[in-house]
Design a binder for this molecule. Structure first.
Ligand SMILES: [Fe+2]
Length: 396
């Protein structure tokens, strides 16, 4: 049976012209039991449209794992590794993830206390709150009126040892409803975004690249980002910007010699722009919090030097400079008009191209609001592919 695709409902805040290719609702197939032909259509749609939504889905953890794995059959372990071992307990991700014992690639995430769930007798879940990560926080008074923030813009990736997952699947089993909230940027502009309670916000890495001015496109296609070893432990003492798009530079990161044991060979240096495996387009994909250094290649022979940034290449090792560049490149794409905040319904399944979008947790739940989600992504069997020779010629 052929799948049917329809555009997602965009919020009034969205600039529809920038979302023409972004996001589709999929109907006509059961994502838990796709035949090979249906899977190929879903795969093609995912890479073309970045986010796919299936409504009213019934999906076991085994089926969710199988669906996620189908995008990369050689992948096996969860994106951050199957064993969330002792040495990872200081990672900032540790409190938010509970592994489903039967299918360790699928994680239980959400908010509140969940009992007798998929072999877990009791789990206390915590929806990440910006006060645990941002340097500044919204006042209790404003929060009571519904103000919130993007918690952290990211892709799902260990960025050390394990390759970034191609796809993440997010399945909403328990979706508390409540008044809409207002996501604030708190950067001195009036930027804000009306969101449903507990939305997941997405921005397109393709749009992030496409809207850049020529000198930043040139920089992006010539750059590689070097990530810190054990980045989520490294950044644990640091504080984020109020946009959730990167960190303040205050010298708080853990010194490398205080991290769990690490090896140079497992450190990741990844292109700043990644090729889409189906469309060939470039997606700007960098994790602004985990980045430690940037390598810039010189302009290719014959390129225009006028106005070019780092025309002779560079190796940037000052965190402030690295972060300022990434912010300049990424900030335009999280403007309210470019954010798709998904309005969750119970039994929604969202698949997203983790190598093609950034996403963020948003919102604040009350103590009695129980949110139950299953999340799966798998450390990939390959590394992202950077700009082609033709891309360099076109953009550098
Ligand atoms: Fe995530």
């Amino acid at each position: 049976m052929a799948i049917s695709l329809s555009p997602l409902n965009l919020p009034a805040s969205a600039d529809a012209s920038k979302f023409a290719d972004f996001g589709r609702q999929v109907e006509g197939v059961n994502p838990g039991s796709l035949n090979p032909e249906e899977f190929e259509q879903v795969r093609d749609a995912l890479y073309k449209h970045s986010v796919l939504l299936f409504r009213d889905v019934s999906l076991s953890p085994e089926q969710q794992y199988a669906l996620t794995k189908a995008f990369d059959p050689q992948s096996e372990s969860y994106g951050h590794g199957n064993n969330q071992t002792e040495q990872k307990k200081h990672s900032i991700l540790h409190p938010y993830i509970k592994t489903i014992p039967r299918v360790p690639q699928v994680q239980l995430i959400g908010h509140g206390t969940v009992y007798d769930h998929e072999g877990i007798p009791e789990a206390v879940l915590k929806h990440a709150h910006h006060s645990s990560f941002h340097k500044t926080r919204i006042s209790a008074e404003d929060e009571a009126k519904g103000a919130t923030r993007f918690y952290r813009w990211h892709m799902d990736a260990a960025l050390y040892d394990l390759a970034p997952p191609h796809v993440t699947t997010l399945y909403g089993l328990g979706v508390p409803k409540g008044p809409r909230q207002t996501c604030r940027y708190d950067v001195g502009t009036n930027d804000e975004l009306s969101v449903s309670l507990g939305t997941t916000a997405f921005v397109s890495g393709r749009t992030m690249f496409n809207i850049l001015p020529p000198e930043l496109k040139s920089l992006a296609v010539r750059s590689r980002v070097k990530y810190a070893p054990h980045p989520y432990t490294w950044m644990a003492p640091a504080h984020a910007l109020s946009t959730g798009l990167g960190l303040e530079t205050e010298g708080l990161e853990l010194p490398f010699d205080q991290l769990p044991p690490w090896e140079e060979s497992k450190i990741q240096i990844l292109p700043m722009a990644w090729q889409n495996p189906v469309t060939g387009e470039l997606h700007l994909q960098a994790h602004p919090c985990a980045a430690a250094e940037i390598f810039v290649d010189p302009l290719p022979a014959g390129s225009k030097r006028e106005g070019a940034l780092y025309p002779d290449g560079a190796h940037l090792t000052e965190l402030k400079e690295v972060r300022d560049i990434l912010y300049k490149i990424q900030r335009p794409a999280i403007a309210p008009s470019l954010v798709y905040p998904h309005d969750w319904n119970e039994n929604d399944l969202v698949l997203f191209h983790n190598r093609g979008v950034l996403h963020s947790i948003v919102g604040v739940f009350g103590p009695d609001q129980v949110r139950i989600f299953h999340q799966c992504n798998l450390a990939a069997s390959d590394l992202p592919v950077g700009p082609s020779a033709a891309d360099i010629e076109k953009w550098a």
